[in-house]
Design a protein around this ligand. Structure first.
Ligand SMILES: [Zn+2]
Length: 394
């Protein structure tokens, strides 16, 4: 602690202006943040359009953000990362504070390691890498398709190939599993991320998941999930944190998974909205509904595939469609990565394409297995100036 204080003093004395890194506190809201930093609420919140206002709700506990202070200690710029692609940029120009959403510049590296199973895959990966996230993406991808409880044998092999994003030399955001192999009772099991963004086993069977692929039967996807996208008309960066399914007004919407309804009412730009809480911190949202199905209300248990309402265009919507969101512990995730059909098997051309991709991955997996590739630990972030003057006084 003393060393941090010393560094803090040192940096503030040495440089005219300083960039300080902070952690978004538990329960902190964007409005509280503005107030805490004596920033004007009107231009930085109330004058923003609905979409930008909604973006400010995406800040999550534990996220690190930066503030650039002038030599006089005044706030010059703030960067608040919303997800791994988009950030809020607050900056001072002509004595006024401005708001914009801008992309986060990052690089992506493909990494891999091979290890021997010591206990559960979760424990094994944690022990090898120290990364909870890597353990999570592994177990989540094999979800329901393998029985990790009974068939795990000490000394068997496990290989993982994944992509990791880096920003300022530091890994950040969820890594993405590309391919993995786990040996169980001397039988090798594989999983591959196909170019349709879904996971398949070595036979081209889609790995079984707990949610339905489509909450509206036969509907066409009119807008995909994106953490950032350039809006050509409005000339600004936006995010689309769900998937839009275009369908005729009145088409039934079904629950993507079993769970409990935690919201069935109007909610701002979402219009008529249903929120369902599922297991493991998952939540699905169904927006712009024309109406709810009778009996769908808070506290109601619903089953996967059960009708919960009907397609409409309430709230901020330009035509009848379902805006479908999937959240994991509050954070928006791409439904196509998690939501899976239970019976899909690749056929024909797409199967041939998958086999090619699989072959390339198999070669890589074999290579890492045979050369016993070790996980490379990253150096810790150089913490120069982490401490918030305000929060220290608390
Ligand atoms: Zn949408």
């Amino acid at each position: 602690m003393i060393r941090f204080l010393f560094l803090l003093l040192f940096t503030t004395l040495t440089f005219a202006s300083s960039v300080d890194r902070y952690r978004w506190e538990n329960g902190e809201t964007y409005l509280v943040f503005l107030e805490k930093n004596a920033l004007p609420i009107r231009p930085l919140y109330y004058n923003l359009d609905k979409d930008d206002q909604r973006l400010t709700e995406e800040m999550r506990t534990g996220v690190h953000y930066q503030i650039l202070h002038s030599s006089e200690g005044e706030i010059e710029q703030i960067l608040l990362p919303l997800n791994d692609e988009l950030q809020i940029h607050i900056y001072k120009r002509d004595n006024a504070y401005k708001f914009e959403a801008i992309p986060i510049i990052s690089t992506t590296k493909t990494e891999a390691f091979a290890t021997k199973i010591v206990s559960s895959p979760n424990y094994t990966i944690m022990k090898e890498t120290g990364s909870r996230k890597l353990a999570q993406i592994f177990t989540a991808s094999f979800r329901n398709s393998l029985n990790f409880k009974n068939d795990i044998r000490k000394g068997d092999d496990l290989v993982m190939i994944y992509e990791q994003k880096y920003r300022l030399e530091q890994p950040f955001s969820m890594p993405q599993l590309k391919a993995a192999m786990i040996e169980m009772r001397h039988k090798k099991h594989y999983i591959y991320l196909n170019d349709d963004e879904r996971y398949y086993d070595e036979k081209g069977h889609e790995v079984e998941g707990f949610l339905l692929a489509r909450p509206v039967r036969g509907a066409r996807i009119s807008s995909y999930f994106t953490k950032r996208r350039w809006h050509p008309v409005l000339h600004k960066w936006k995010a689309h944190l769900g998937i839009d399914y275009a369908a005729r007004r009145g088409t039934p919407i079904v629950a993507a998974g079993s769970g409990t309804v935690i919201w069935a009412a109007r909610m701002g730009s979402y219009g008529n909205l249903v929120k369902i809480r599922h297991s493991d911190g998952y939540e699905t949202r169904y927006a712009h509904m024309k109406s709810f199905r009778r009996g769908i209300r808070r506290g109601k248990r619903v089953k996967k595939g059960q009708t919960i309402g009907y397609v409409g265009t309430t709230g901020r919507s330009t035509g009848p469609h379902l805006h479908f969101e999937l959240r994991k512990r509050g954070r928006a995730v791409n439904p196509l990565r998690v939501v899976q059909v239970t019976t899909k098997k690749l056929k024909g051309k797409s199967y041939k394409k998958f086999l090619k991709l699989k072959k390339a991955y198999d070669k890589e997996l074999d290579f890492h297995l045979n050369s016993a590739t070790k996980f490379v630990k990253k150096p810790k972030f150089q913490e120069q100036c982490f401490i918030h003057f305000l929060s220290k006084e608390k």
